[in-house]
Design a binder for this molecule. Structure first.
Ligand code: ADP
Ligand code: MG
Length: 251
């Protein structure tokens, strides 16, 4: 079977916040099994796009549509989108004192299970599952009993996002600057995990500034955003061009 099943379709999307237009007339199509990298200068609208796809309530939709597996989700709430299979790994994961990481992960996992009418996991069974996953991500299991993200280093927060992604097995994963603030070893770990996670059934949007991650992951497409729109799309050669000449040619 061809892998051309549409997962995400964004049509002529314009977004504003406090009357300021941030995304303007943006189109993007993602098929099952594809990885799309989105690059662009600071402030070009990458994180806004990520948040709008996952249903962040702050933004006003001025025009356009977002379809997920051919279903119009433009006005769906974030929970519904998560249940449908959209995951967002934040650029700045929030610290939640008082909520243990493992409780949070289990709540997210079980909420998904409930929604697809599968059995939830009791604490012990979940502990076994998460312990398997956490080894792959290469973080210490003492992280499970700490408060969610509290006092985690930049790299640890990012690895924790990857752990969530692996547990939830969402069909569309948006990773917003998953590489920022990582040392070379952590970058390698995270890239390996993304590659291990990726298969022909899921799709990934990889928002990044850096050539290095693109090198490791080898996405199917690379897009360049500027002023809230996609100015150029191509393959990994586009990322090489940017690495060499900067964003100047794409403004
Ligand atoms: P990127 O992720 O590409 O760096 P962002 O999506 O974070 O860009 O931001 C795009 C633009 O939208 C920036 O000019 C930013 O200041 C503006 N912006 C984003 N969120 C808000 C907000 N809540 N209020 C006002 N302006 C915002
Ligand atoms: Mg950003």
């Amino acid at each position: 079977m061809q892998q051309n099943e549409r997962i995400l379709q964004i049509k002529e999307l314009s977004i504003s916040v406090n009357d300021k237009t941030i995304i303007e007339n943006l189109n993007l199509n993602i098929n099952k099994g594809e990885i799309h990298a989105i690059m662009g200068k600071n402030g070009s609208g990458k994180s806004t796009l990520a948040k709008v796809i996952s249903g962040h309530p702050l933004y006003t939709i001025e025009q356009g549509k977002i379809l997920f597996k051919n279903e119009d989700i433009t006005y769906e709430d974030p929970d519904k989108r998560a249940h449908l299979g959209i995951f967002l790994g934040f650029q700045y994961p929030v610290e939640v004192p008082g909520v243990s990481n493992i409780d949070f992960l289990r709540a997210a996992y079980n909420s998904k299970k409930r929604n697809i009418k599968e059995d939830e996991l009791d604490p012990l069974s979940f502990f076994e599952l998460v312990n398997k996953e956490i080894k792959k991500v290469n973080i210490d299991n003492t992280f499970l009993n700490r408060s969610l993200n509290e006092g985690f280093s930049g790299g640890e927060k990012k690895k924790n996002e990857i752990l969530q992604m692996s547990l939830l097995q969402s069909q569309l994963c948006i990773l917003d600057e998953i590489d920022s603030g990582l040392d070379v070893d952590a970058l390698k770990d995270i890239s390996d995990n993304i590659k291990r996670f990726h298969n022909k059934e899921n799709s990934i949007i990889l928002i990044t500034h850096y050539q290095k991650l693109i090198d490791y992951i080898q996405p199917s497409y690379v897009h360049v955003m500027h002023k809230g729109n996609i100015k150029a799309s191509g393959n990994t050669n586009l990322a090489l061009q940017i690495d060499k000449y900067g964003y100047e040619n794409f403004m």
